[in-house]
Design a protein around this ligand. Structure first.
Ligand code: NAD
Length: 496
């Protein structure tokens, strides 16, 4: 019996193409009872999966990857139809995702296999090792903006670390979840990756279920609810939340490159990117020239027709947030491209504003739409200070030809990932961990840290011979303690 048959048939979530509202597909809404049953199946799957060992899992994961790759176009079409993004963007999403899956599969053994650590002089009689073991069942809750890439950043690493995964996708774009689970069933079998489609209540049921870890990606507000609910069972979570990413431009920067990346980072995917560019701080001497270049490029973007470069807003209610922020920018600053009239139903043409006070809603809250604010600053240092004066800290970017200045700014930026002279440069580098600080969340997906995020650590100290000092026994003598007392200043008395 498949998951789709098991869930309550009368309650369905129907996805609609954001371009015209036409129905794409219907998926069952898993009830709390369904979720519990799915997690129980995944628990059995986890035992089988753990038994496969690193090499076995790698082979299975690469077979699954190959299945996905062979039908990549079908998957991209599904993503595009549910999110409204251009097919080319969806193809890129599949490609980035498979790069991570490949890395996780091929590096899990190297990163997680038991390794020896130095026991130290006093503990010469201990053989000390550290090993990483799977949690068991990981519940993955995903968003709609990158419905494949984002949750797969957790799923690939959780699976490679030896866990089974129950994947609860966003109700706006559950297609990839069901599709991935089907490919898994064909390529591997066993209930190791199962989808639990549904709505918010399904997500809440997954958090309350007998899972060993939750990997949540979505808004900060929902992360707080998830964390509070997970606390009931002391279930650990990794939280990948929203952002208000800043891009800093120094006086010596390549302004054409910076402008191109601002337009891509700010307007791509209609601005619905957690690490999208929402705030730009440009040094005053080049501010106006940069604004001219950004406006020139952004005004050329096509938002309708077959060759549209981004689609309509996926979440209808997000349009209201963008409208509020455009109003906020226009009331407190100056609009240099577009304005309230740029919002035509769910299609929003690029909006660029300048001189918007830092206290404005458009500068404080995540817009998640194609609005970019470019404010002048006196120096790169001030740009960093303004970038950091945000409750979010997901990604950031610096543009400068001065390598040291770029690295100094990167070091000072409060963010989980920084790119220098590009945007989103980290997204495809599988070895680089990804995650935020402050309200953007905690924990890491991707890279070695991403594999460890989905592992519990077990330390083993094996005594290989009797200790010279008999300290860890009730039979220790006064002489042993006396010797230990004399050793303390010898071992730790020096400050260097
Ligand atoms: P959302 O918070 O509305 O929903 C995310 C997921 O949580 C959905 O699957 C939803 O069904 C589920 N959910 C809702 N209420 C729940 C509850 N009480 N318990 C458990 N699950 C619940 O977010 P969204 O609108 O789908 O996604 C957009 C947000 O995601 C933006 O803020 C964006 O910045 C963020 N995001 C972050 C990253 C990242 O890696 N940091 C990546 C992509 C998106």
């Amino acid at each position: 019996m498949t998951l789709m048959e098991q869930a309550s048939p009368q309650t369905q979530v129907t996805t609609r193409n954001p371009h015209d509202g036409s129905p794409v597909a219907s998926y069952p809404v898993a009830t709390p009872g369904d979720v519990d049953a799915i997690v129980a199946r995944a628990r059995a799957g986890a035992r089988w999966w753990n038994g496969q060992g690193f090499d076995g899992r790698k082979a299975h994961l690469l077979r699954w990857k190959s299945r996905i790759a062979q039908q990549a176009d079908e998957l991209a079409t599904l993503i595009a139809s549910e999110t409204g993004k251009p097919h080319g963007d969806a193809v890129l999403e599949v490609m980035l995702t498979l790069g991570h899956l490949d890395w996780a599969a091929k590096n899990a053994k190297r990163v997680l296999k038991r390794r020896k650590v130095k026991a130290g002089l006093i503990n010469y009689n201990q053989h000390a090792t550290v090993g990483y073991e799977p949690y068991g069942v990981v519940g993955v809750i995903g968003p709609w903006n990158y419905p494949l890439y984002t949750p797969m950043g957790s799923i690939s690493y959780a699976l490679a670390a030896g866990n089974a995964v129950v994947f609860k996708p966003s109700e706006l774009a559950p297609g990839p979840a069901a599709w991935l689970a089907e490919r898994w069933a064909e390529a591997v079998g066993h209930d190791v990756l199962v989808a639990a489609t549904g709505d918010r209540a399904t997500g809440a049921a997954l958090v309350a279920a007998d899972v060993d870890k939750i990997a949540f990606t979505g808004s900060t507000a929902t992360a707080k609810k998830v964390m509070a609910a997970a606390a009931e069972r002391l279930t650990p979570i990794v939280a990948e939340c929203g952002g208000k990413d800043a891009l800093l431009v120094a006086a010596d920067a390549d302004l054409d490159a910076a402008a191109s990346f601002i337009v891509f980072g700010g307007m791509g995917n209609a601005g619905q990117t957690c690490v999208g560019v929402e705030r730009v701080y440009a040094v005053s001497s080049i501010h106006d020239a940069l604004v001219t270049k950004v406006v020139e490029r952004a005004s050329r973007l096509r938002t309708t027709g077959d060759d549209a470069q981004y689609g309509p807003m996926t979440l209808p209610t997000q349009v209201d947030v963008v409208r509020r922020h455009v109003d906020s920018a226009s009331e407190s600053g100056t609009l240099v491209l577009g304005g309230p009239a740029s919002i035509d139903g769910r299609v929003i043409s690029p909006v660029v504003a300048v001189d918007v006070p830092e206290s404005a809603e458009a500068m404080q809250e995540e817009t998640f739409g194609p609005l970019v604010v470019i404010n002048p600053v006196a120096s790169l240092d001030e740009a960093v200070d303004r970038a950091n004066a945000s409750r979010y800290g997901l990604g950031a970017a610096v543009f400068t030809k001065d390598r040291r200045a770029g690295e100094r700014a990167a070091a000072r930026l409060q963010a989980g990932a920084v790119t220098i002279n590009s945007v989103l440069g980290f997204a495809g580098v599988a070895a680089l961990p990804f995650g935020g600080v402050k309200d953007s969340g905690f924990g890491r997906i991707h890279g070695a840290d991403g594999l460890r995020e989905f592992s519990t650590v077990k330390s083993i100290a094996r005594q290989t011979r009797k200790a010279a000092l008999n300290l860890l026994t009730m039979d220790r003598s006064e002489k042993d303690i006396h010797t230990a007392a004399k050793m303390i200043p010898m071992l730790h008395g020096r400050s260097k």
